[in-house]
Write a protein that binds this ligand. Structure first.
Ligand code: SF4
Length: 102
């Protein structure tokens, strides 16, 4: 808790005990189900996955399975976006270029 700045940071008292958490409140964990869920198979190798006495959990998101439901997790540190370095080709100019070669 930082009273001078008016910011209240709550610390987890459930599965990730001791870590700061935005879902934590005076009444307890405010996340659905009242606790974080463990990492999933796809999280293997991610630097945000952390080991706790209660298991392995994501330090950024309470339910890792949801992050992988519609594709790659956008927080993941072990996956890279494939950057396509394709040059735009003007079909008319390409056709002219091909005709010159003949
Ligand atoms: S950031 Fe994504 S991939 Fe990494 S542990 Fe969390 S949910 Fe899993």
């Amino acid at each position: 808790m930082i009273p001078e700045q008016g910011v209240v940071v709550m610390v987890c008292s459930t599965v990730k005990a001791g870590t700061e958490c935005a879902f934590m409140a005076k009444e307890g964990c405010g996340y659905s189900g009242g606790t974080c869920l463990p990492v999933v198979e796809q999280c293997e190798g991610c630097q945000r996955a952390a080991e706790f006495p209660t298991g392995k959990f994501c330090s950024s998101y309470p339910n890792p399975a949801i992050k992988w439901k519609a594709g790659n997790c956008n927080f993941a540190t072990h996956t890279k976006l494939e950057v396509q370095d394709k040059q735009k080709i003007n079909p008319l100019k390409a056709s002219k270029r091909n005709n010159k070669k003949k």
